[in-house]
Design a protein. Sequence first.
Length: 675
Amino acid sequence: MDLNKLASETSLYLQQHANNPVNWYPWGSEAVQKAKSENKMILLSVGYSSCHWCHVMEHESFENEEIASIMNNHYISIKVDREERPDIDAIYMEALQMMTGQGGWPLNVWLTPDLIPIYGGTYFPPETTHSRPGFADVLVRMANIFNDDPEKIKQRAHDMHEALKQDVIAHIDRSEISLTTLRDAVNTTQKYYDEKFGGFSSAPKFPASMHIEFLLRYDKLVGDPNSREMALFTLRKMCLGGIYDQLGGGFHRYSTDSRWLVPHFEKMLYDNALLISVLCDAYQVSGDVLFEKTLAETVNFIRKEMTHSNGAFFASIDADSDGVEGAFYVWKFDELQQLLPEADFPEFSAYYDVFKGGNWEENIILNRTHSTLDFSILTQANHADFLSRVSSWKEILLDERSKRNPPVTDKKIITSWNALMLKFLCKYWFITLDDDVLKMIHQNADYLKNNATNGTDVYRITSVDGKSTPGFCDDYALLSEAFCMVFKVTGDESWLKLAKSISTTMIQLFYNSETHSFSYTRSDQEDLIVRKKDLFDNVTPSANSAAIQACFQVGKLTGDIELTEISTRSIESLGSILSEHALSFSYLLQIISDKLSHNGSEIVILGSENEKFLEVLSGRYLPFATVVTGNSFEKSEFDTFSSKISPQVGSQVYICKDFTCQKPIQDLETFRSMI
């Protein structure tokens, strides 16, 4: 079969459509000019490689010769990987939400030759059903309207373009940062909280990692046991549920039901990064071994399944294998019964909720109602012996699972997602002090330093062949944050200098000093119909929130007051939007918590015996403290560190708050008593 114009693209998602009978084009001037010269509508289709319904629609419609013929005769068809071009996705997803109130992927939008959206939807079946219009019918109907009623199309396009150009942040009053904002967010959270299964919505349920992390910070800030319980209960339910891969580790994208049982089976790098972060907090708050074990398994999953030999992290693992969603992860009752020791099977079944008929479409998704410790107590089993049996069961099932065809891994290397994982691996290292984790940190940081930035500019996608695409605001912001964390782990100031350089460029390219906000796209980008802001935190931190955090962190570490003030003004500029939509600002609420703690304390550990002091901190939940470890800052160019040196023998600790440092501490017990 002849290949279309996607054949030379590097994106796995675009390559998957290269042999469709549809004459797909990548986003670019060639497709737009062709649409204008032939006066045809553009059919823009956006998705990503691990999207189940994207695969379904490809098979049903884009591989269908009749539908492809309609598309080729009446449209210029453009395929976009949303992970490569989140800016395009954001504009047209907002347009779809304006038009229909819905969103999701695949995203299919009908555009004028000038790229203005006039109609759209998500998944379309190939033929019309009682509940959904068929894709073929919609294609024909929209082509007829475009040709027969150009004035209607023109007016529709004008109205949509004007709506998309609105900048909501330019029309609101500023408000000062206050505890009231956090309190209102917690009260709203309580209204949506599921007391039976945890979480903050009905099905589908997303992990809400950033919001759980905010609740733990709020408890630390004001002392609110209810916030702490909502956070820990939700996280426990997720760790025990089917949303977590009970055998191989790592979390699936979200749960399709209210009890965290049936996931959408794709595994995303960003989800697992954010869950590593909140699991670190939960473990330090509670000491619960469930969180410690889940953390270790998730990091091990990332190391084994989502890490390139050069240290970079892959983007995602598909939900489907052999064309069936979840096929790699689910089991049949008889299959499990044959694989496991007969004497163990009743206990195994009780532990993993296994029964005839299965819990999902006659399949079994392994999940638990109790942790290993609680189950041992409940069944009066010796805990050590039970752990040994669980380990044996996992080994048997993982060996069998390894014989199946695995889902495809999208080996795209996305800077912002890599930066999230790098940042939170650093956080995990402060708990474990593990050499293997430190190796992952060094390898990934070196890869990003050498490939994702030239010291000022940042790239969105990098590859082993040296190709790269320009970065967006979140790529700059999260990379700057990650390099700040690498500095904290290593004490190597070159990382902090690099973080500051990147944040400076970020401000030049994305910051609007009049509205005190960050745009998602660069000021010099020309191929979009509008320049949008990314304000609301979703499954990842918004670009605006991430940029505020980067300015706050770099400013605090370097003593750059201008950066700190930019972060404060940017929060205040959100005004009533922040208080009215608090649940959509989970990452920003964490930053506000940090600021209201009056920046916490700085703990700088220097010398040759740092580990014993770090071990004291590893079990303490200190979310507002800045911990830095290294050898010496005798020649530091930053005032915050320039006077801090290591002793000739051993280590010493500087504890500072509000720009005032106490005498250096060399005695471990004294240090323990002061934190």
